[in-house]
Write a protein that binds this ligand. Structure first.
Ligand SMILES: Nc1nc2c(c(=O)[nH]1)N[C@H]1C(S)=C(S)[C@@H](COP(=O)(O)O)O[C@H]1N2
Ligand SMILES: [Mo]
Length: 331
C-alpha cells in the first residue's frame, strides 16, 4: 500500500491493485519500522512536516510517527478508497454544496496558526495551539468505513488519536453530559459561509459516553499525510458508526455542556436528521432507504448496491451504548 521513495517520503498507488490482506500487512510493517525508529523525533517535527506537506504535490506522504491502532474495530479489512476519490468527492458545505466544491475551493482555508478552544464544564478550559493538541497522545493509523447519509461510503485510513485522550486531559466536570463541536466559519476564506445552505458555524454533538468511546477519533491526517483541506484540515472528528455528517471538520471549539446540543443538520431539517444519526439500515431517511450503499470508486452507478451494516459494521464495539433505546425514535 505504501511505497518508499528514495528521496523524502512515501507514496501510495492511486489504485490499490493488491489484496486488502497484503495491503494491511504491508502497512503494518511500514508502521512497525517507523515505531522501531524514532517515533519521538517524528512527532516533534510534525509541524514542519505540515508546512511541507501543504505545499507538496498530492500523493507524497509525510511519514508519521505512531503505529496501526489496537483499538478493537479500528482496522477494517475493506479495501481503502483511492486517495484521489477520498479527496475529490467531499461534503464540506462551507466551500459549497457540490461534491467537487471542497477540492476546488478549500485551498483558501488558512490552517496556520490554528487554535482549538476548549470551554464549558471542564476543569482545564483554554485556547490550545494545534501543535500542543497533536502531542497530547500518540498518533495511530485507523482504517474506518465512512457512510454518508446520502447513500455512499468510503474506507479511509485516518491518522489521529482517540478523542477520549483529549477529554481526559482537560478533565470534564461531573455536570458535563454532552460534547459540542464547532467548525470554523470564516466568510473571507469559505465561500459557502456567505450563503445560506446551513446555519453557520457548523455544529455537531455527541453524548459523553459516545465521545469517550475509543473508536471516536480526533483526526489530524489521512493516508499518512496531514489532513487535506477539503477533508477538514487541520483537525476533525471521525465517528465511524454514525452518518458522515456527525464527523465535523476544521474544529475550532470543543465545548462541554449539560444539555443535548442541536446540530446544524437537525436545525436545518429536524424530521430528517436526529441527534444520534447512527448508521442503521432498518431506519430509513424519510425520503429514501438506508438499507444499501454505493462504495465510491468501486461500485459503479449500475452496480448492485452493497448492504449497509448495523452501526456501519461497528455493532460489536458500540451496540451496548444504545441498549434498550428505541432507535426509530432516537434516530
Ligand atoms: N464543517 C463541516 N463538517 C462536515 C461537513 C460539512 O459540510 N461541514 N460535511 C459532513 C458530511 S455530510 C460528511 S459525509 C463528511 C465527509 O467527509 P469527507 O469529505 O472527508 O469524506 O464530513 C462531514 N463533516
Ligand atoms: Mo454526508
Amino acid at each position: 500500500m505504501l511505497i518508499r521513495t528514495p528521496d523524502n517520503g512515501y507514496i501510495h498507488p492511486t489504485s490499490l491493485d493488491i489484496t486488502p490482506q497484503s495491503a494491511y500487512l504491508g502497512r503494518r510493517d511500514w508502521l512497525k519500522g517507523l515505531a522501531a525508529g524514532s517515533a519521538g523525533l517524528a512527532m516533534a517535527t510534525w509541524a514542519q512536516r505540515q508546512a511541507w506537506a501543504q505545499t507538496a504535490r498530492p500523493g507524497v506522504l509525510a511519514p508519521l510517527s505512531g503505529s496501526a491502532s489496537n483499538v478493537p474495530g479500528a482496522q477494517v479489512m475493506d479495501k481503502a478508497t483511492a486517495y484521489k476519490d477520498a479527496t475529490s468527492y467531499n461534503n464540506f458545505y462551507e466551500f459549497g454544496t457540490d461534491k467537487a466544491d471542497p477540492a476546488r475551493y478549500a485551498h483558501t482555508l488558512k490552517t496556520q496558526p490554528w487554535t482549538v478552544e476548549i470551554e464549558g464544564l471542564v476543569k482545564k478550559p483554554g485556547r490550545y495551539a494545534l501543535e500542543d493538541l497533536m502531542k497530547w497522545a500518540a498518533m495511530e493509523e485507523r482504517i474506518y468505513r465512512l457512510r454518508c447519509v446520502e447513500g455512499w461510503s468510503m474506507v479511509i485510513p485516518w491518522v489521529g488519536y482517540s478523542l477520549a485522550d483529549l477529554i481526559k486531559r482537560v478533565e470534564p466536570q461531573p455536570g458535563a453530559k454532552f460534547v459540542e463541536f464547532v467548525s470554523l466559519a470564516d466568510e473571507k476564506t469559505m465561500p459557502g459561509v456567505r450563503g445560506g445552505s446551513l446555519d453557520w458555524p457548523y455544529v455537531e454533538g455527541l453524548r459523553m459516553d459516545e465521545a469517550m468511546h475509543p473508536l471516536t477519533l480526533l483526526a489530524f491526517g489521512m493516508y499518512g499525510e496531514v489532513m487535506p483541506k477539503q477533508n477538514g484540515a487541520p483537525v476533525r472528528l471521525v465517528v465511524p458508526w454514525k452518518y458522515g455528517f456527525k464527523s465535523a471538520k476544521s474544529l475550532v471549539k470543543i465545548r462541554f455542556v449539560d444539555k443535548q446540543p442541536t446540530s446544524s443538520w437537525t436545525k436545518a431539517a429536524q424530521q430528517e436528521y436526529g441527534f444520534y444519526s447512527n448508521v442503521n439500515p432498518l431506519v430509513d431517511h424519510p425520503r429514501w432507504s438506508q438499507a444499501t450503499e454505493r462504495r465510491i470508486g468501486e461500485d459503479g452507478l449500475l452496480a448492485k448496491k452493497r448492504k449497509t451494516l448495523m452501526f456501519n459494521g461497528y455493532e460489536p464495539q458500540v451496540g451496548q451504548l444504545y441498549a434498550g433505546m428505541d432507535l426509530k425514535r432516537n434516530f
